[in-house]
Design a protein around this ligand. Sequence first.
Ligand SMILES: [Zn+2]
Length: 288
Amino acid sequence: MRKSMILKTLICGGSVSLTVIDSTAVVAEGMRRHHFSAVAAAAFGRTLTACAYLCSWLKGEKSSLAVTVNGGGVGGKICVAGDSFLRMRGFVEHPDAELPPRQDGKLDVGGFVGKDGTITVVADDGTGIPFTGTSELVSGEIAEDFSAYFLTSEQRPTAVALGVRVKGTQILGAGGVFLQPLPGAGEEAFSYCEEQVGLFRNLSSLIEEKGADGVLRMLTDGAYTERDFSYRCHCSAKRAESAVLSLGKQDAYALLKEQGKISVHCHYCNTDYTFSKEDLKRLFGEEA
Ligand SMILES: [Zn+2]
């Protein structure tokens, strides 16, 4: 499978920023780790793609960002995060929840996510003083919701198209198109963005057929920049060890006695780190 990538360029004489994302491989990796239902994969993939877009603007090596979509639907919360190196990760609270398709045959992402809640974005530029932005969900379909987020929380009107095509456990195509008038662009630049985003109603099929380059070429012949991105978690055996160490010797041994082992679970990549009696001896020394 081709690498996930983010393409960026300027169009309309430099007054509109265009970003095209192919996230197929990263969403497929999410599917492999979390065993999503089809509708969960679509909701996750759309949210992760929007989060990758936000991460693509991060400045500074230590910057990172987390998005939570909490709409009260059957899927529960969707949490995705990434950093300035575009290492993405995430999970869905109820990954196996399912819903019948909508009347038009599409996956009912709006029903899965719900629209009674918010999108919250927490960005940290590495100084430890995070910026938090929140906006109300519009439909739970994710693209419209992020469009509203950009407008109300960042005061940057942005036309957004997102799509994920799922077949069984396979992700056939996933991606996003973001059209954003630059500061100072006229009213006509925004109408142009709104109009053009309509071309991408079947974005997941377009990504599957043409790739990100082919989709970008629907709007411009110009040069563009390209960055790869991947699914990568921050967790490690070392970090899991620190979590166990933070329990303290007494509580760690008590927990071991109760459960036979100690498990540290990472939601973001669905990995379990388990610690046996031998491990505790190594970490804390013999039981007192
Ligand atoms: Zn992890």
